[in-house]
Design a protein around this ligand. Structure first.
Ligand SMILES: *Cc1c(COP(=O)(O)O)cnc(C)c1O
Length: 350
């Protein structure tokens, strides 16, 4: 007899490619930067790079967040594709990034100097995307610091140490009015760069939701993670042409009268506060009554038997919710449900 089977995260590489195509079609002529932080939102970075390369149109740029992730992307995607790392990093990481042809997002004066020093030390011109803070206050030069930053960058560009490849920012996506104001601040910042003689080809401001719904805010590049993995926004509609690529599947381990025990629990990353959620079976949806460490109890259905597969979240074929619907129950976002799935849960790719 097999030991009790644990849950499995089934991931469709073909669906990732289809989602990428749907996103590319929607945002054109803006180009896709596929964001891959947090191990590609829990889906597995290397496998998702491979899957992205099967899309009919190439992904223009990959977003790695930090340098280690970006180096993993570079190792998988090969030379040629653009890879963007925007977390401020130490001098060794910056040198490693330059040696692997990684574009760097720069949003503070101290980091700008570190990048210029690394370029001068390695003899490799740094491709820099300068970040303007347009209201989120997370990182990025403030409006009053911008002119000085631009001067420093254009000087370094003339000295051959930097190529000013882009200007970027991040939207709050709290309200359209705030995002409009951020877009105006962004346009002003780009003007300052152009007046100083800079000619950045990559302008990027929007992530999934604004890239999809606010075409007037799209730059030449759109940084998109969630919608490519088929994760819609909390309280937002399904995204036409896309589907969730991941299904969390577990199995019936016991049937006790009206209770059916499933072999997955909060140790696998299912928040115990999701009691009441629907899960999918081959006979349709049923309800979760209780979530323990390694098991959960769901309401029985006709013919339930040990070994039957149950879908805890997925694309909805068996009546299960998508990850975002689970997230909405506990006031978070679908990304959190995916990234919480324990690394102990094997990922199976098809
Ligand atoms: C995570 C992230 C994105 C992607 O956001 P999604 O909503 O998943 O598309 C874009 N830009 C930055 C700076 C991010 O950190």
């Amino acid at each position: 007899m097999d030991a009790v089977r644990g849950p499995v995260l089934r991931i469709s590489s073909a669906q990732l490619a289809r989602n990428i195509t749907a996103v590319q079609t929607r945002i054109a002529p803006s180009q896709l930067m596929l964001v891959m932080k947090d191990d590609a939102y829990g889906h597995g970075l290397e496998e998702m790079v491979d899957a992205s390369m099967a899309a009919p149109a190439p992904v223009a740029m990959y977003g790695g967040y930090d340098v280690p992730t970006s180096l993993r992307i570079r190792a998988r995607v090969g030379a040629g594709a653009r890879v963007f790392a925007w977390a401020s990093s130490d001098a060794d990481a910056v040198s490693a990034a330059l040696e692997s042809d990684i574009d760097l997002g720069v949003g503070t004066a101290a980091y700008l100097r570190r990048v210029i020093e690394a370029a001068s030390k390695t003899g490799i011109r740094a491709r820099v995307h300068l970040k303007i803070d347009t209201g989120l206050h997370r990182n990025g030069f403030r409006a009053e610091e911008w002119a000085d930053a631009v001067t420093e960058v254009t000087d370094a560009e003339r000295a051959g140490l930097i190529e000013l490849a882009g200007v970027w920012s991040h939207l709050a996506e709290a309200s359209d009015a705030e995002d409009d104001e951020a877009a105006r601040a962004f346009a002003t910042a780009v003007d300052v760069v152009r007046k100083a003689g800079g000619d950045p080809s990559a302008l990027h401001l929007t992530a999934s939701a604004a890239s999809w719904w606010r075409p007037e805010l799209r730059g030449t590049i759109s940084r998109i993670g969630a919608f490519c993995y088929g994760i819609r926004s909390a309280d937002g509609p399904a995204i036409p042409g896309t589907l969730p690529i991941a299904t969390l599947e577990a199995h019936v381990v016991d049937v006790r009268g009206d209770d059916v025990v499933i072999g997955a629990g909060w140790l696998h990353g299912i928040p115990s506060t999701l009691t009441g959620m629907p899960v999918g079976t081959q006979a349709g949806a049923t309800e979760v009554l209780h979530i323990d460490a390694t098991t959960m109890v769901v309401r029985s259905w006709a013919g339930a038997s040990i070994g039957d597969p149950v879908r805890l979240f997925g694309a909805g074929e068996w009546g299960e919710s998508d990850a975002t619907a689970l997230a909405e129950r506990i006031d978070t976002v679908g990304e959190e449900i995916l990234t919480r799935v324990s690394p102990l849960v094997p990922r199976r790719y098809s």
